[in-house]
Design a protein around this ligand. Structure first.
Ligand code: FEO
Length: 121
């Protein structure tokens, strides 16, 4: 299922996963994708985004282990696939920005929100 991409690209309550720290990271991911969109040639902007993506995935996956989340393996596979896909990115253009925005929106609404009941504060 495809979800609407917010424009401007900003987190809103419809992305709530009932965990403050994870919501805060998602807010920041929206901001960093938007920043990269506005500064596409910036290696620093791309690095900042990718560093947070890696840290955020690790955070979720650690919580999955801690809480014995039942869908952990499948969810981690979607994280790993994204990391493989972004590793192949050589430059940032319209296609890459659309891909990142689509991925974040659909991942939060299609996968992350499924852990809300297991990982909520
Ligand atoms: Fe919030 Fe599964 O990434």
């Amino acid at each position: 299922m495809a979800f609407a991409i917010p424009s401007p690209f900003v987190w809103d309550q419809s992305f709530d996963v009932k965990n403050k720290a994870l919501n805060a990271e998602h807010v920041r991911l929206f901001q960093l994708i938007d920043a990269l969109d506005k500064n596409r040639d910036s290696a620093a902007a791309l690095k900042e985004l990718l560093d947070l993506v890696v840290a955020h995935f690790k955070h979720e996956e650690n919580l999955f282990n801690e809480k014995h989340y039942s869908d952990a393996v499948a969810h981690k596979a979607t994280h790993d696939k994204l990391l493989t896909d972004v590793a192949a990115v050589k430059s940032i253009g319209d296609g890459e920005i659309a891909f990142l925005k689509n991925w974040l929106v659909n991942h939060i609404k299609g996968s992350d929100q499924k852990y809300s009941d297991a990982l909520h504060d």
